[in-house]
Design a protein around this ligand. Structure first.
Ligand SMILES: CC(C)(COP(=O)(O)OP(=O)(O)OC[C@H]1O[C@@H](n2cnc3c(N)ncnc32)[C@H](O)[C@@H]1OP(=O)(O)O)[C@@H](O)C(=O)NCCC(=O)NCCS
Length: 414
């Protein structure tokens, strides 16, 4: 029997019943279990009813998929983004094209809404490059032992005061900082009250031995300058305490406030280390640490980006340098992007127009996705043999244009 993809509300009495069916598929796929109370929690308030789908085999849901409606920061502004999520197919229905059909549907949904790009976090990184996604940002999985955590050269400002607030009440203060940081770093989705409620939703059942979330603000007469959201996970050996302070999010508008928050995290009594599973790859702690080699730093692929509408996507950001090249693009899944484009880009924006001139570069759409937020993907993919340079110097020219001063970073999973 053919599998049919329908809006997830179809066939259910109400939203809670549809969400329950979706999360039943989720449980079979990811092994996550949700109580009824959790299903009606703010965690799922961000689910966009028009953009959430179930795949049906007869009268049984066998697959799930959804787009979140995101607005992601890029150099020079923000871009409406299809935030691909909830991808899963029951073990009984795998490897027969259900996910491929769902992804096509999600991409069409994004295109119809005028979203030039799609983005996702991949539970299984091998899957998405074949669908045109490139690794557009990288994150650091950090662990810093307190005994090697001195940052004696980091800036300090005696006027900074730290104040604890309840995470449930930190929206206004943290948004101010988040939005200021977002203006200078690409890859950050807008966070409204629904997303904030999801991020501070903190049931004991999901804490895995940690205490509850806390927020500390760094303030001075100038106002709020930074925030840290964290939890502590206590642990004891027979001889001493061995806990971990886990960072959920930390940002600041200036280096002194950021250093003050790092000092707070590193010097926390009874903790022997700071863990941050999703630190920006260019976090200044790496410069400040007196003994950086004692920090464990694992660089991991983070957000994947796919250009849905190439000319609109390239026009939606600005570029670090002027470039005028013809690129020949391959795109197996969205043929409208394939072929030859003249890309004229610079600090004021860009255009991509169809061209019959010979191509300076040949590349796949996933390379443009990987470069889109500002990372060094053009050069890296060229070195990896995935970009063909027909005109000498064109890799360097295009790479310089795409790069940004700060590393792209997405502060949360969606
Ligand atoms: C990943 C998953 C959604 C794939 O669904 P599916 O319906 O079996 O996928 P399809 O049949 O449409 O396969 C599409 C392509 O992806 C490949 N693929 C699918 N799952 C893969 C996996 N886990 N690893 C590597 N390749 C995979 C297929 O081989 C196929 O490749 P091709 O187009 O080159 O032939 C499904 O296996 C699943 O639910 N896995 C567990 C949850 C998960 O990992 N979700 C991804 C979260 S981001």
């Amino acid at each position: 029997m053919a599998v049919e993809i329908r809006n997830y509300l179809e066939g259910f009495a109400d939203r809670d019943a549809a969400l329950k069916a979706l999360l039943t598929v989720d449980e079979s796929v990811f092994g996550e279990d949700f109580t009824d109370e959790e299903i009606s929690s703010p965690a799922f308030g961000v689910v966009d009813d028009d953009r959430t789908f179930l795949a049906w085999d007869g009268d049984r849901p066998v697959g799930m998929s959804a787009n979140f409606t995101l607005d992601v920061s890029v150099p020079g502004g923000t871009v409406p983004t299809a935030g691909v999520t909830f991808i899963g197919v029951l073990p009984t229905h795998r490897r027969r094209g259900v996910m491929s059909a769902m992804l096509d549907r999600l991409h069409q949904d994004g295109l119809q809404r005028g979203e030039p790009i799609a983005a996702l976090w991949a539970a299984e990184p091998t899957i998405y490059p074949r669908f045109g996604y490139g690794v557009a940002s990288k994150m650091l999985r950090l662990s810093i032992p307190r005994s090697f955590g001195t940052i004696s050269g980091a800036p300090s400002d005696a006027s900074i005061v730290l104040r604890m607030v309840d995470p449930a009440d930190d929206f206004e203060a943290t948004s101010e900082i988040y939005n200021a940081v977002r203006a200078g770093r690409s890859g950050m989705p807008a966070v409204d009250e629904r997303w904030h409620a999801r991020h501070v939703w903190d049931p004991a059942s999901k804490r895995d031995g940690s205490g509850r979330l806390h927020t500390v603000l760094a303030e001075s007469d100038a106002g709020v300058r930074g925030f840290l959201r964290y939890s502590v996970k206590p642990d004891w050996t027979s001889a001493h305490s061995d806990g971990t302070l886990n960072v959920q999010r930390m940002m600041a508008t200036d280096a002194a406030a950021y250093a003050e928050l790092w000092r707070f995290a590193i010097n926390f009594d009874l903790m022997s280390k700071v863990g941050w599973w999703n630190a920006p790859s260019d976090d200044p702690i790496q410069v400040w640490l007196d003994q950086p080699r004692h920090a464990t730093r694992q660089l991991e692929d983070q957000m994947y980006v796919r250009l849905l509408d190439l000319p609109r996507a390239v026009a939606a950001r600005t570029y670090s340098a002027e470039v005028d090249v013809v690129i020949e693009v391959s795109d197996r899944h969205i043929p409208a992007n394939a072929g030859r484009w003249r890309l004229t880009a610079g600090p004021r924006g860009a255009t991509a127009e169809r061209s019959t001139a010979s191509a300076d570069l040949n590349l796949d759409i996933r390379t443009l996705g990987a470069a889109y937020l500002g990372g060094p993907a053009i050069e890296e993919h060229a070195a990896a043999g995935w970009v063909t340079e027909n005109t000498p110097g064109s890799v360097t020219a295009l790479g310089l244009a795409f790069r940004t001063a700060t590393a792209p970073h997405c502060p949360f999973v969606f």
